[in-house]
Design a protein around this ligand. Structure first.
Ligand SMILES: N[C@@H](CCC[C@H](N)C(=O)O)C(=O)O
Length: 276
C-alpha cells in the first residue's frame, strides 16, 4: 500500500504526519517503526495520525506513536504541527481547533504569524496518575538512578515526566542518565526524563531523553513539565523561555488549577509517498 505523508518539525522534534481522513490505512506497530527509522524509513521521533473526530464536541482525533512503535497520550510539539497540518491541507479553516487525544481534549490556536499556541491542560501531580511509585505526593522526590540520588519533580502533562535541575545541561551524559531514568522501576509506564538548567527566573536550558525515542531536539510536554516544576520550587516566574537544542518554546503557567500554555514554531520539511 502506498501511503502519503508529510515530514514536519517543531523546534527540531520531528514528525511523520499521516492524514487518515483523506486516505485509508491500518498502521501496525511495525509500520510505525519503519516510518520512524532514520535509515530504512523516513525518520522521525513520533508518527502523528490525523483522524476524524470520535464525537461532535471536537474537530479531529490526534494519535501519537513514539519511534519505538508504542502509542502515547500526548505530544506538545506534535500538537502545534497537527494544527498547522490540518490548516495547510484545508481540512479546516478554523484558527481555534479542538482535538481529542488519549489524554483528553486540547485546544490549539493558530496565530497570524503561524506560531501555534496550545492549551495543554492542567498538570497532574498525584503519583498514581503519573504513574509513579511513591507513598504520598510531594513537591520533589529523592530517587536513586544508577547509583546517584537525584531530586526529581514528577508530574503528568497527559504523559509522564521526571525533571531534575542541573548546573549545566551541556555537561550531562544524557544518553547514560536519561536512559536509566526513562526505564526506572518506580515508573511502571516508563518516563520522559528532563534535565533543566535555570538561567534566570524567565529562562531555562532543557534537554530531554524521551520515552520510546532517546534524546530529542525538543520536547513540548517536557518544557511544560520543567516550567511547572521550577515554578513550584520558586525558581521560575510564570512565563519562561525554554531553550532546547533545536529551538525555543515559550511556556506560561498561572499556577494551581490553571492550564499550561505553550507557544512555539512549526515547519513543514517535505511531502512524500512510501510503500508500507
Ligand atoms: N515530543 C513530545 C512528547 C512525545 C511523547 C513522549 N515521548 C512520551 O512517550 O510520552 C512533546 O513534544 O511533548
Amino acid at each position: 500500500m502506498l501511503l502519503k505523508f508529510t515530514k514536519m518539525h517543531g523546534a527540531g522534534n520531528d514528525f511523520v504526519v499521516i492524514d487518515l481522513i483523506s486516505q485509508r490505512a491500518r498502521l501496525r506497530s511495525r509500520d510505525i517503526r519503519k516510518l520512524a527509522d532514520r535509515h530504512f524509513g523516513v525518520g522521525c521521533d513520533q508518527v502523528l495520525l490525523v483522524e476524524p473526530p470520535g464525537s461532535p464536541e471536537v474537530d479531529f482525533r490526534y494519535r501519537i506513536f513514539n519511534a519505538d512503535g508504542g502509542e502515547v497520550e500526548q505530544c506538545g510539539n506534535g500538537a502545534r504541527c497537527f494544527a498547522r497540518f490540518v490548516r495547510d491541507k484545508k481540512l479546516t479553516a478554523k484558527r481555534d481547533i479542538s482535538v481529542e487525544t488519549a489524554a483528553g481534549i486540547i485546544v490549539l490556536h493558530v496565530r497570524e504569524n503561524n506560531q501555534v499556541e496550545v492549551n495543554m491542560g492542567e498538570p497532574v501531580f498525584a503519583p498514581e496518575q503519573v504513574p509513579f511509585e511513591a507513598p504520598q505526593q510531594a513537591d520533589c522526590y529523592a530517587v536513586d538512578v544508577a547509583g546517584t540520588e537525584l531530586e526529581l519533580g514528577v508530574l503528568s502533562m497527559g504523559n509522564p515526566h521526571a525533571v531534575h535541575r542541573v548546573a549545566d545541561t551541556a555537561a550531562l551524559d544524557l544518553d547514560h542518565i536519561g536512559r536509566q531514568l526513562e526505564s526506572h522501576p518506580r515508573f511502571p509506564q516508563r518516563v520522559n526524563a528532563g534535565f533543566m538548567q535555570v538561567v534566570t527566573a524567565n529562562e531555562i536550558n532543557l534537554r530531554v531523553y524521551e520515552r520510546g525515542v532517546g534524546e530529542t531536539l525538543a520536547c513540548g510536554t517536557g518544557a511544560c513539565a520543567a516550567v511547572v516544576y521550577g515554578l513550584l520550587r520558586g525558581w521560575l516566574s510564570d512565563t519562561v523561555t525554554v531553550n532546547l537544542p533545536g529551538g525555543k518554546l515559550s511556556i506560561s503557567w498561572a499556577g494551581s488549577g490553571q492550564p499550561v500554555i505553550m507557544t512555539g514554531p512549526t515547519a513543514t520539511v517535505f511531502e512524500g509517498t512510501i510503500r508500507i
